[in-house]
Ligand binder design. Structure first.
Ligand SMILES: [Zn+2]
Length: 492
């Protein structure tokens, strides 16, 4: 039934640019301050106050655009978007309209199908058309909770008014909620990577809205669309889209009609509900902002921004595969965050160049510890150099891989170095051939029957001898050396 329908999704992402001060005044953008503490005549919209563009906004806007593979326009124009709402004291928002900061780009993302449990499989590239990226100011916030008399009064906090945003709008290119999910994650990682935005949805500095409709396969005309708002995490966005797609298909198959409307996601009820509407088919009457000149961005400026940017995640993953011989999946995982990619490279160096071994230790052991502790690689209690040192000790046969796991988990808990833990626990492996030979001779001398049977062809007894030698050495003998020497000695 679902197979007869095609889903059409377009996305708008608002990312707060990571500046210290607001876009058109010097007020702080700090989060969590006393309400209305960070305000001035400009962001309060007092008559006669004039906006001045914050240069850092242009730099971070350019970083955001370049990180998404977009071109920065030489000239863009700020425009007034007129509407009335209590959190917008000027009666208009300064945004950009027909000449935005950046427009008409394409972005390649990786996207995957999901199984019933939500696990990704079959990652493949997909090209998304980006309609525009423009710069604008945020509005303030109406507060309806947690204050006296909220049943009778609305409160307004204008600390957020004038915070710089980059709005990134796509064409209706997504055909499933998971493609939308993969895209927003891609954008989030890219913006964080270049330091353009903290892009943390829980703090509200990355917000997204989705336009969703369905049509019968083969139809050219779009169906009735709804706009989804209040999507506080990428997962909620995915669920909300899924909910709407199912509702649309069900309604249409039952012969019902859909209404174009704005819906909010209710994360407690797991369903959408109509927004008590301020926005019905607005005419914003955009016009160029008379108090700001056109924004002219020179190609030299863009070039400087580009040169100051770190290597981007896509190229870095590619380099990891080529330089370190990692699979695509491993390289992608290790470039999931910039701090992790930096950690990995530093650890490889400290390990003496064991790129694959280091990747395995990070992927199988360290990431699990970090996840349990709710930390990122940048905050790991085990520094990259120490993880590298551990990999090296294992490679050099000082400790076994199994001991390595124990050591790592204690390093994580105590912050001690690998060398200190190995020393304290008396773990150092015995790799000295003379010492191992002596133990083997003793074991063989003590097991004449087994020796006879082994030499008569019962080769399964080899494991018995290994076990006896390991036991006699209290587990410290290097198993590889034991194997080699035992084979030699049992032959004779
Ligand atoms: Zn201000």
């Amino acid at each position: 039934m679902t197979n007869n329908w095609e889903t059409i999704i377009g996305l708008e992402v608002h990312a707060q640019l990571n500046t210290e001060s607001k876009i058109f005044c010097g007020c702080s953008t700090r989060f969590g301050d006393e309400p209305n503490a960070n305000t001035c005549p400009v962001c309060l919209g007092l008559p006669g106050a004039l906006p001045v563009l914050n240069r850092r906004v242009i730099e971070l806007g350019a970083r955001a655009a370049l990180a998404l593979g977009l071109h920065v326009n030489d000239v863009s124009i700020f425009a007034r978007k007129n509407y009335f709402y209590p959190d917008l004291p000027k009666g208009y928002q300064i945004s950009q309209y027909d000449q935005p900061f950046s427009a008409n780009g394409t972005l390649e993302i990786m996207t995957a199908d999901r199984d019933e449990a939500g696990h990704a499989h079959d990652w493949k590239p997909m090209t998304i058309n980006i309609t525009r990226l423009h710069l604008e100011e945020d509005a303030g916030k109406n507060v309806h909770e947690g204050l006296p008399d909220v049943d009778r009064f609305s409160y307004i906090d204008l600390n957020r008014a004038g915070t710089p945003l980059a709005e990134i709008v796509t064409e209706p290119d997504f055909r499933s909620s998971w493609q939308a999910y993969d895209y927003v994650n891609h954008v989030r990682r890219a913006l964080q990577w270049v330091g353009a935005s903290e892009a943390d949805m829980e703090k509200g500095n990355l917000r997204c809205e989705a336009n969703v409709s369905v049509r019968r396969k083969g139809d050219i005309k779009f169906g009735t669309k709804v706009e989804l708002k209040n999507l506080n995490s990428v997962r909620f966005m995915q669920k909300a889209i899924e909910f709407e797609v199912e509702r649309h298909i069900r309604t249409l198959e039952e012969g019902g009609h859909l209404v174009q409307e704005t819906l909010l996601w209710d994360e407690r009820l797991n369903e959408t509900r109509p927004m008590r509407s301020k926005e019905e088919a607005h005419d914003y009457r955009y016009f160029p902002e008379p108090d700001l000149p056109p924004l002219v961005v020179s190609s030299e400026f863009v070039q400087q921004v580009r040169q100051a940017m770190p290597e981007l995640p896509g190229p870095r993953a590619k380099r990891f595969s080529e330089q370190f011989g990692l699979s695509f999946a491993d390289a992608s995982q290790l470039t999931g965050e910039r701090s992790l990619a930096d950690y990995y490279e530093a650890a490889v160096e400290a390990s003496g160049g064991n790129a694959r071994g280091t990747a395995n230790w990070i992927r199988s052991e360290l990431l699990r510890e970090l996840e349990n502790a709710g930390l990122t690689a940048g905050k790991s209690p085990v520094p990259a150099a120490e993880l590298g040192a551990l990999v090296r000790m294992i490679d050099e046969g000082k400790i076994s891989g199994k001991q390595g796991k124990e050591v790592l988990s204690e390093m994580f808990a105590s912050g001690k170095s690998a060398a200190a833990i190995v020393e304290e626990r008396g773990m150092a492996q015995v790799s000295d051939i003379g010492e191992i030979d002596r133990v083997i001779d003793e074991v063989i001398a003590a097991s004449p029957n087994q020796l006879e049977q082994y030499r008569a062809g019962k080769e399964t007894l080899f494991g018995f001898f290994v076990g006896q030698v390991m036991k006699a050495s209290k587990g410290k003998a290097n198993p590889q050396v034991v194997n080699e020497r035992l084979k030699e000695k049992l032959k004779a």
